[in-house]
Design a protein around this ligand. Structure first.
Ligand code: NI
Length: 227
């Protein structure tokens, strides 16, 4: 399941982040890519321990905590501390699948990557190329979202970032270990939760069927959740 979360960050926060990132010292992205990925990766990254990454990453985590849609879609157990990357001058990241387990020196230390996330920070009009191409069971998707929007997709999917031929593509990226490991089960819960939200709006006074249906949602979550 590919989920877009619109306006995770407001334009003011995005502008502040772009300014801070423009002034930061970047390093070769290949440093953190293992084996297969290192051969196809050409971009720049801020190290995990870089003070700008830590400060802006905390802002991203705070925004995720406020997003009902993120919670509903990802059912997060652990979130990897957000990292930042920049693609310029033909920079790209060829087709790869993300590492299954990511280690970090800070909490939560180990994250099984169930979901991959890209938070777009640059205005799409300010750069050419840089589309995120994701291959899943429904086909191939080409995505380039407005600044401040978040894209969540299964970390199991083959994906790539197309070469950036003008301007700079700035983004934050991270992974989520979900309480519900299986993407199909997570999707069922997300769709059920969205339908429940619509029904609650239609029945502000409540309804006996809503009580049963939200109970079923929680009983499924209880059945599938690993904590
Ligand atoms: Ni990747």
């Amino acid at each position: 399941m590919i989920v877009r979360i619109a306006n995770l960050l407001d334009p003011g926060t995005v502008a502040m982040m772009c300014e801070r990132l423009a002034a930061a010292d970047w390093e070769d992205g290949r440093r953190t890519a293992g084996g297969e990925a290192a051969r196809v990766k050409q971009n720049e990254q801020l190290t995990e321990t870089h003070p700008v990454a830590a400060e802006l990453g905390a802002r991203v985590l705070a925004a995720l905590g406020q997003s009902q849609q993120f919670t509903s879609a990802a059912l997060p157990l652990k979130v990897f501390p957000p990292l930042f990357n920049r693609y310029t001058g033909g920079g790209h990241f060829g087709a790869h699948i993300d590492t299954a387990v990511r280690l970090t020196e800070q909490p939560p230390y180990r994250v099984r990557t169930d979901l991959s996330a890209t938070l777009f920070l640059a205005d799409p009009k300010s750069y050419d190329g840089g589309e995120l191409i994701i291959e899943d069971t429904y086909g191939v998707h080409q995505l380039k979202l407005p600044a401040g929007h978040l894209l969540l997709y299964p970390a199991t999917s083959l994906h790539e970032v197309r070469p950036v031929t003008r301007g700079a593509r700035l983004a934050s990226f991270f992974w989520v270990q979900s309480m519900v490991r299986d993407d199909d089960n997570r999707r069922l819960l997300y769709e059920m939760d969205r339908a429940l939200m619509q029904l609650r709006e239609l029945h502000p006074q409540g309804h006996p069927a809503l009580v049963r249906l939200s109970g079923t949602y929680h009983n499924l979550l209880r059945k599938w959740a690993d904590l």
